[in-house]
Design a protein around this ligand. Sequence first.
Ligand code: RNT
Ligand code: ZN
Length: 423
Amino acid sequence: MRAHHAEQIDARYALAKEQYAALSVDTDAALAALRAIPVSLHCWQGDDVGGFERPAATLSGGGIQATGNYPGKARNADELRADLDMALSLIPGTHRLNLHAIYGDFGGKFVDRNAIQPEHFARWIDWAKAKGMGMDFNPTYFSHPKAEDGTLSHPDPAIRQFWIEHGIACRKIGEAFGKALGTPCVTNIWIPDGSKDIPVDRKAPRERLLAALDAILAEKIDRRYLLDAVESKLFGIGSESYVVGSHEFYMGYAVSRQLLLCLDAGHFHPTEVIFDKLSSVLAFVPEVLLHVSRGVRWDSDHVVTLTDELQAIAQEIIRGGYQQRVHIGLDFFDASINRLAAWVIGTRNMIKALLLALLEPIQTLRVSEQNGDFTARLAWLEEAKTLPVGAVWDYYCQQQNTPVGAAWLDAVKTYERDVLSKR
Ligand code: RNT
Ligand code: ZN
């Protein structure tokens, strides 16, 4: 029965391959290219951004929020690794893990943010190494008593210094990841600093942030191990009127320091989209980090679905040949549905969007555009939407030994019954 099913998938793929070949699209080449694009799975979807600094830690402050209380969230790093193992077994390809600093194996003792060391992440390194995965990293500038009213832009030099030390510690950890895993670790700085109501001094906090970032980044670390990124934001809960690390601030900072700029899909005006920023930003910064997310009316971090925006992001990466310069990370946290399913749905959608982009009849589209035949360009853009991408996707899932179609959901439901419901 199973074998028969597999044969059907092969047969459907063979037909699709012919149909694409007639449009000069090589599906085998597209799948080989797809396999080479990692997506960095964010650990924080597994426990609602709580982390493991203390038992039953929860997200606090930072202007971000995970809503819902679906049962079964990971309570420690072992549970989170088990959940990630399960989710990764349902996602085709080899990907990366994106850790936040609060997710170390702290061995039951409290280690403050400025004292974390690579050793606290040794078990994550071993885990990733065994899977042939790379890792990315993030300092955590929220959920901490010293983060209640600012971090790197805080007027109190002692508080700023504490967070500078955290940033420095995190870069050392990122460097250790890169050395151990043989692939550079993207270490991304995002801070929540801002103000609820209208400030009169918008200048001084930005000057302090600038100096603090320069202090964190003063030590040059080999780009083979570590890539530094900075992430802007428009507003957050409690920082509606002013965000210190705005887009212009970090764009200027990344350009002047030649760092990675992180573009989070939820961090701009509600109708503003990030796909069109790629070719502009990449004219001035060496590389970009994406936080692929889905804002619904605000930066709500809903699970990524196969929207027009997601497809446009993937198209820009592929059409621009930016695979080596754009690091794809996910950033959503939904606590109202099964958390593993959220990872699987969001990540599979990101990969599907990349596949759709790789299967575009790009030659026909480009020739139409170059000839000024915008009628044909529009016609082919629309025809491409109903080409048999599903057959190619199913074949890819089968080839990568991951469930085809919605079969992954059965695996998640079984895991929920056997493991999550017992937590
Ligand atoms: C917050 C930023 C940031 C966080 C993570 C948890 O608005 O998007 O990237 O979501 O660091
Ligand atoms: Zn983000």
